[in-house]
Design a protein around this ligand. Structure first.
Ligand SMILES: [Zn+2]
Length: 59
């Protein structure tokens, strides 16, 4: 289970109507295509076990 920053990140960093990350624009005034690197990070944190297996084959 997670209760860390990744939950907050996933709640804020959502795709906007224009395909850009809403969280990055609201928090940092940055225009980042979704999924941004923070979403990638949070997602990997939440599914660490399966991601470890995934990364082993892709990277
Ligand atoms: Zn973002």
């Amino acid at each position: 289970m997670t209760g860390g920053p990744e939950r907050v990140i996933l709640a804020v960093h959502v795709p906007g109507l224009d395909g850009l990350c809403v969280g990055c624009r609201a928090w940092w005034s940055r225009l980042a295509p979704y999924p941004c690197w923070q979403v990638e990070w949070a997602t990997s944190r939440q599914a660490r076990a399966s991601v470890a297996r995934f990364l082993g084959g892709v990277r």
